[in-house]
Design a protein around this ligand. Structure first.
Ligand code: AMP
Length: 405
């Protein structure tokens, strides 16, 4: 490839996911490759696929931290796309706080503000920002864009964003922000194409992955979601507990004398599925286990999901559709079936055969179901690419090739 390209980065604590979008001669953007470096700091390995899913490379790379991972990625990009220009880099940034209600071109002042949000998302924000800094070091003249997981939720009703604490605290930014916004935005964008009958109605999107949340969409706009001030609220997650009585946190400090760091680690890394099971944070792993603790973890995950569907149905005043997405939502027929069974009071009915064979976007409810149930793959990277292209003037009228999603 000798055409210029835009790069999308999603940097986590131990992985760096990326997509390369080619800039073609015409207006249509094209996904060139998608890959990741996993095991950063332990056993780093680069794997990349082309736009139709064929493997381009799988190899060990030296990457003991995020900066080295960027260097390893840069080397692979050079070997693959040498002679091309990087037009812009779009990043997933988990927390945009109160100020950033949309994608933003990154400069030193923006970085300063984003660093102040690190305590609100300690599991993600530092790694997102480290990747931006590493790119600035290597490619100081390439524009970078931050796309936030919180932005899509701005504009929710005041009561949905409110944290009922005294005003002086709220004025310092204590409010419910919501997360997984790039995923929800993607679903909201494709709903009219795949599921026009529900697109403008009341839809609950269940983003069930290692991090998990739900979003209530009314006419494709977020009106509430299960994550709040930080990414700890709502559903049970791989390593996070979801909704928790704040008295528990007080007890951890006052009764058990844990330090702030210990409580942070407990809440972000040792709770949820791994905390309940004592075995794994990985749903696929837990579903294959017989141990009672593994079953309890899955039972709680399903219980909590059904409970939040009930709550968001109340917020919406009824529900026309439910969409499952992300790792668990897209890939686990069992979890989808169990959540729908637990929500049978809504009149949901799933076709077990269709549910077992989902591929790409699929309607899994029967014609008798009172609400349509869909599985729709998410594509946060595509949303980032679109925003980056639009903001940098790369793609005024661009249509993006969604092949390989
Ligand atoms: P994500 O964070 O969206 O990549 O999702 C990761 C989660 O999806 C992990 O808990 C995986 O175990 C889970 N997952 C992926 N594939 C499957 C599957 N076939 N069945 C159950 N869970 C799965």
């Amino acid at each position: 490839m000798k055409d210029d390209y835009a790069l999308v980065l999603n940097a986590g604590s131990s992985s760096l996911k990326f997509c390369v979008f080619e800039r073609p001669v015409g207006e249509r953007w094209h996904l060139e490759s998608r890959g990741q470096i996993e095991g950063i700091g332990t056993a780093p390995r680069l794997s990349v696929k082309d736009e139709i899913g064929h493997s381009l490379v799988k190899k060990d790379v030296p990457a003991k931290d995020g900066s080295e991972a960027i260097a390893a990625l840069a080397e692979w990009l050079r070997s693959m796309y040498g002679g091309s220009r990087v037009l812009g880099v779009g990043h997933r940034v988990v927390h945009g706080g109160a100020r950033f209600s949309g994608p933003t071109i990154i400069d030193a002042e923006v970085m300063k503000e984003l660093h102040q949000l690190v305590p609100l998302a300690p599991l993600h924000q530092p790694y997102n920002l480290a990747a931006i800094e590493a790119v600035f070091e290597r490619l100081p003249n390439v524009p970078q864009v931050a796309c936030f997981d919180t932005s899509f939720h701005r504009g929710q009703p005041e009561v949905a964003e409110l944290i009922p604490l005294p005003r002086e605290l709220r004025e310092q930014g204590l409010q419910r922000y919501g997360f997984h916004g790039l995923s929800y935005e993607h679903i909201a964008t494709v709903l009219p194409l795949f599921a026009p009958e529900i697109a403008n109605g009341r839809v609950i999107v269940a983003h069930l992955g290692s991090g998990a949340s739900m979003c209530a969409l009314n006419d494709r706009k977020s009106v509430d979601s299960t994550l709040g001030f930080t990414a700890l609220d709502g559903l049970c997650m791989g390593t996070r507990p979801g909704a928790l009585d704040p008295g528990v946190v007080l007890h951890l400090f006052q009764g058990l004398n844990l330090s702030a760091k210990e409580v942070e680690t407990l809440l972000y890394k040792k709770s949820g599925l791994v905390g309940i099971s004592g075995i794994s944070n990985d749903m696929r792993d837990l579903l294959g286990r017989e141990e009672p603790a593994a079953r309890l973890a899955v039972d709680y995950f399903v219980y909590r999901a059904a409970r939040e569907i009930g709550a968001l149905t109340a917020v919406l005043g009824g529900v026309d559709g439910i969409v499952f997405t992300a790792g668990i939502g897209e890939n686990s027929p069992e979890i989808r079936q169990r959540i729908c069974d637990a929500s049978a009071w809504l009149g949901l009915e799933i076709d077990a055969d269709v549910n077992a064979k989902v591929k790409d976007q699929t309607k899994i409810s029967t014609s008798r179901s009172k609400a349509a149930v869909w599985v729709i793959p998410t594509n946060e990277e595509l949303m980032i690419a679109r925003h980056t292209g639009a903001l940098l003037g790369l793609s005024a009228k661009a249509a993006w090739n969604e092949q390989g999603d």
